[in-house]
Design a protein around this ligand. Structure first.
Ligand code: ATP
Ligand code: MN
Length: 480
């Protein structure tokens, strides 16, 4: 057989008249007594190539085995397509079955499957149009993020996944231990003796790489992390995973305004990159979403996907303070009519996702950045404003998702930070090294965390975070 060509390259080159070989998985097969049409996909593109096989006594039993899900190799001539829909097809000369897929057992028969069902067969769901499209976009967004930062002169740093600090302040942690949990070594007072544990003290999976990223930024000026993050949040929502990927830039000689500019520029860069490089996949996901939405009442339908992405590119994000947000919410209809589950009464209340979504989807109808939150509801490391009660935080809220970015200018003043650490009851021995950076050559600096899967929810139009990571980890779920 000739050397294999990927289906994506085949559609780009359109080498009409040439003998080529393609390999892939059968999506569908139809036909008559004399001829079979096989739609073949190899994952390089959402498009299938049509294989035309003239049936004869020699190949009939072979073609019988080329059922949905089977892997095949096809040698043949590229010709202009007779049918509509695609420019080229392949007239098969040799067909080889690489791996059969028994139609009695193969669960992905060509019909509409629910996303819930596909989650149960996550080992096969990459073979659907939806998940292959999401997978390719996930790759493109990974690449875009590295390119964005690299082109700006940022350095990618690798922060530890196992941490001895339990004061990262971002959520519940998973403990890492080699102790026998059925029979752990004990101290005299009955507590567990962690001196005998692997690290000689309790250790956890990191909920963020920020603190270490700050150490790097205070030497390399501009850095970012892009790695997995673990949170034992027992919240079974469509926006939370126990294992997710986060991008955390950290910049020295920068304030919270620079921080917001960077985040907005980065989000727009990613959206633009997707529009320019993932056209076929976005068109597929867009029509998929439009189909889904048909069952909803007109006023609850969201904007068409590609239109929504273009809209975000074309508009500045709204920037408001927490105090302004509270005033808007207090005077809003759902607050007055007690439609919110949490009624906003006083300044200082934490914003729930229903409030965030009201601001983004109903009030401003575009992405919103909220700044200057009350110090009490934000992490200890955020820089205190001169008012003494708010901090230079910034959260970015997106339509349909809520919080996508959380960040702040960091407290660079040694005394103020030390006091905050005491106020928050954080043991000195777990953050002494962090505090030292404020003693030696401290400078204003800022950074944020972008949840990669939340960005993917926005770009793909998928509505459940379990569908934008190949193998989701959520409460009671670690299959595959
Ligand atoms: P939320 O209030 O939505 O739980 P958070 O305030 O805990 O978010 P941060 O600690 O600021 O979030 O984390 C930074 C970003 O990481 C968030 O803006 C979000 O995009 C993402 N993120 C946080 N927790 C999760 C999670 N469990 N699964 C997926 N992404 C997450
Ligand atoms: Mn959280």
């Amino acid at each position: 057989m000739a050397q294999r060509i990927k289906i994506k390259d085949l559609f780009e080159k359109q080498p009409i008249g040439e003998e080529i070989t393609v390999m892939g998985w059968v999506r569908t097969k139809r036909g008559s007594k004399n001829v079979a049409f096989i739609a073949l996909n190899d994952g390089s593109t959402i498009k299938n190539i049509q294989i035309v096989v003239e049936l004869n006594a020699n190949n009939e039993s072979l073609v019988d085995k080329a059922t949905t899900g089977a892997a095949i190799a096809v040698n043949g001539k590229v010709v202009a397509s007779q049918g509509s829909g695609q420019a080229i097809e392949i007239n098969c000369t040799t067909l080889e079955i690489l791996g059969e897929a028994n139609p009695e057992e193969y669960p992905l028969q060509p019909k509409k499957h629910s996303l819930e069902f596909l989650r149960e067969i996550a080992h096969l769901r990459y073979r659907t149009n939806t998940f292959s499209a999401v997978g390719r976009i996930r790759h493109a967004m990974t690449f875009a993020i590295h390119k964005f930062f690299n082109d700006k002169g940022f350095y990618n740093i690798h922060t530890p996944l196992i941490t001895g600090t339990d004061a990262e302040g971002a959520g519940e942690m998973f403990q890492v231990t080699t102790l026998d949990i059925a029979n752990p070594p004990k101290n005299e007072d009955g507590t567990i003796n962690y001196k005998e544990d692997f690290f000689g003290k309790p250790a956890n999976l990191a909920v963020t790489g920020q603190l270490e990223a700050e150490l790097a930024a205070l030497a390399l000026s501009q850095v970012y992390t892009f790695g997995p993050t673990f949170r034992a949040e027992n919240s079974n929502t469509t926006r939370h995973l126990a294992e997710f990927w986060m991008i955390e830039p950290e910049v020295a000689f920068a304030d919270n305004n620079d921080n917001m500019d960077l985040a907005e520029e980065m989000l727009k860069y990613c959206v633009k990159y997707a529009l320019e490089n993932c056209k076929d996949d976005l068109e597929f996901l867009s029509s998929r979403l439009t189909d889904e939405e048909k069952s909803k009442p007109q006023d609850q339908r969201s904007m068409e996907l590609i239109e929504k992405l273009q809209f975000v590119l074309a508009n500045d994000f709204e920037r408001i303070t927490y105090t302004e947000a509270i005033n808007i919410l207090k005077n809003s209809k759902p607050n007055k009519n007690k439609k919110f589950n949490y009624i906003i009464e006083d300044w200082g209340a934490d914003l729930q996702s229903e409030h965030e979504r009201f601001l983004v989807e109903k009030h401003f109808k575009k992405p919103v950045i909220i700044t200057d939150y009350p110090a009490g509801i934000k992490a200890f490391y955020m820089k205190l404003n001169d008012d003494g009660k708010t901090v230079k935080a910034m959260d970015i809220l997106f339509p349909g998702i809520g919080e996508i970015v959380g960040g702040s200018q960091r407290e660079e003043r040694y005394d103020v930070l030390k006091q905050k650490i005491e106020q928050f009851n954080i043991p000195h021995e777990s953050v002494w090294w962090y505090l030292e950076t404020r003693k030696f050559g401290t400078v204003p600096h800022a950074g944020f965390g972008l949840g990669f899967e939340r960005l993917l929810l926005f770009v793909t139009g998928m509505t459940n975070i379990r569908d934008v990571i190949p193998f989701p980890r959520t409460p009671k779920n670690a299959e595959f």
